[in-house]
Design a protein around this ligand. Structure first.
Ligand SMILES: Cc1cc2nc3c(=O)[nH]c(=O)nc-3n(C[C@H](O)[C@H](O)[C@H](O)COP(=O)(O)OP(=O)(O)OC[C@H]3O[C@@H](n4cnc5c(N)ncnc54)[C@H](O)[C@@H]3O)c2cc1C
Ligand SMILES: *[C@@H]1O[C@H](CO)[C@@H](O)[C@H](O)[C@H]1NC(C)=O
Length: 330
C-alpha cells in the first residue's frame, strides 16, 4: 500500500521510517526538506535538541519508546548527530520528584541535595540522556529513507485532496507541524516562539530550569558550541531577534548554571542567534486517525521527545486502515 506524508520534519521522517520498515511504499510531500537550515517556516532544524522526557506531558509510552531509540542510536552511530549527555534538571514549581515518572527509565538518575540547588530551585536531579544536532540528524534520517526508496517531493500543498493528488496515495499522514495557513482547519494550532543563541563553549552538559522561567543550555554536537535559551511565547510569530531577550537569557542561564557562563560575552561568543517557532496546539498534540487521514502534529517543544514513538503509532493506524479491506486501497 502507498502512504503519503505531508511534512519532512522529525515527525514526518519518523513516520516514514516506521512505514518503510513494515513494507509500505512511502511518498513525502513537504515545503521544507532536511538540509534547509535557514527557513523558520518549519521547526525541526532549530531544536536544541534535547531528548528530555517531560513530567507533565501525556504519552509516556511514546516518550519511553523514543528515549530507548535515541539511547541505542547514540551508541550505534555517532554520525547521526546523536550523543549521550549528562542532564541536570531544576524546577521551582514542585518539591518532591513524584511527578518525574522517567526516573526509572533514565540511566544514573539521582536527586541533588537541597543545599546544592541554585537560587529559587525546589527540586533538582541528574541523569543521562541524549541530544540530537538536527543539522546532522535530519539529513541522516533522509539518507536512510532515500536508500529505502522513499520518494521526496518538494511542494506546498493546500489540502489533503491535493496531498493525495501529489503523492498518489489515498492514506495521508498529516505531519505538517504548524502547517501552512492554507492547510488550516484546526484553529487550536498555534506557534510558540522560541529565541536562543549558539555560544562558544566546551561544556558538554545539559542544564534545564522549568517553572517560573524556562532557561536552558544544550550542547550542540560537532559545533564547539552550546545552545542557550529560552522563551516559549505562545501566539507570537515575530521573527526578529529581541536584544533584551538575549541579555535576559544570559542572566538566567548564569543563575541556573553557576560559574559556567561567567566569561560569556554576547558581543564575542555568539556564533548564531535564532528565532523559531514550535508547533503548538491548544489542548495538546493530535495523534489520531480520521478515516484515511492520520493526524500527527502539535508536538510543541517536544518533537524529539516523541518522534520515534509517534512513527510507531502512525504505523499501527495505517495497519488498521489496511485491515479494513479493499475499500481503502489505491
Ligand atoms: C528554539 C526551539 C528549541 C527546541 N528545542 C527542542 C528540544 O530541545 N527538544 C525537542 O524535543 N524539541 C525541541 N523543539 C521542538 C521541535 O523542534 C518540534 O517539536 C519538532 O521539530 C516538530 O516537528 P514536526 O515534524 O512536527 O514539524 P516541523 O519540523 O515544523 O516540520 C513540518 C513539515 O511540514 C511541512 N509543511 C508544513 N506545511 C506544509 C504544506 N502546506 N505543504 C507541504 N508541506 C508543509 C514543512 O515544510 C516541514 O517539512 C524546539 C523548537 C524550537 C523552535
Ligand atoms: C493538518 O495539520 C495542520 C497542522 O499542521 C492542521 O492545522 C490542519 O487542520 C490539518 N489538516 C487537516 C485537513 O486535517
Amino acid at each position: 500500500m502507498n502512504v503519503g506524508i505531508i511534512g519532512a520534519g522529525v515527525i514526518g521522517l519518523s513516520a516514514a521510517e516506521a512505514l518503510v520498515e513494515a513494507g509500505y511504499t512511502v511518498t513525502i510531500v513537504a515545503r521544507d526538506l532536511p538540509g534547509d537550515d535557514t527557513s523558520v517556516q518549519w521547526s525541526s532544524p532549530w531544536a536544541g535538541a534535547a531528548v528530555m522526557p517531560h513530567p507533565d506531558a501525556p504519552g509516556q509510552d511514546l516518550q519511553t519508546e523514543t528515549f530507548k531509540y535515541y539511547w541505542a542510536l547514540a551508541h550505534r552511530d555517532p554520525t547521526s548527530g546523536v550523543q549521550v549527555v549528562d542532564i541536570t534538571e531544576y524546577y521551582d514549581d514542585r518539591d518532591g520528584d513524584s511527578t518525574i515518572w522517567y526516573k526509572q527509565l533514565a540511566p544514573k538518575y539521582r536527586r541533588i541535595p537541597a543545599d546544592q540547588l541554585p537560587a529559587g530551585a525546589t527540586l533538582g536531579f541528574k541523569y543521562q540522556s541524549m541530544t540530537a544536532n538536527p543539522t546532522y540528524y535530519l539529513p541522516w534520517l533522509k539518507k536512510r529513507l532515500d536508500a529505502r526508496g522513499v520518494r521526496f517531493i518538494r511542494a506546498a500543498v493546500s489540502s489533503i485532496a491535493e496531498a493525495r493528488q501529489v503523492t498518489g496515495a489515498l492514506v495521508i499522514v498529516n505531519a505538517s507541524g504548524l502547517g501552512a495557513l492554507d492547510l488550516a482547519g484546526d484553529a487550536d494550532v498555534v506557534p510558540v516562539r522560541g529565541q536562543t543563541m549558539l555560544v562558544q563553549s566546551d561544556s558538554h552538559e545539559v542544564t534545564m530550569f522549568q517553572g517560573s522561567h524556562y532557561s536552558y543550555a544544550i550542547p550542540r554536537m560537532y559545533t564547539g558550541g552550546i545552545i542557550i535559551g529560552g522563551v516559549a511565547q505562545e501566539g507570537r510569530s515575530d521573527e526578529a531577534v529581541d536584544p533584551e531577550t538575549r541579555q535576559d537569557i544570559l542572566r538566567r542561564v548564569r543563575s541556573v548554571a553557576p560559574g559556567r557562563f561567567d566569561s560569556t560575552d554576547l558581543n564575542v561568543d555568539v556564533m548564531k542567534d535564532c528565532v523559531a517557532f514550535r508547533p503548538g496546539r491548544k489542548g495538546g498534540y493530535r495523534l489520531e486517525r480520521d478515516g484515511e487521514v492520520i493526524h500527527a502534529y502539535g508536538f510543541r517543544g517536544l518533537g524529539y521527545v516523541f518522534n520515534y514513538g509517534v512513527g510507531m503509532r502512525v504505523r499501527e493506524m495505517v495497519e488498521e486502515i489496511e485491515g479494513q479491506g479493499p475499500r481503502s486501497r489505491l
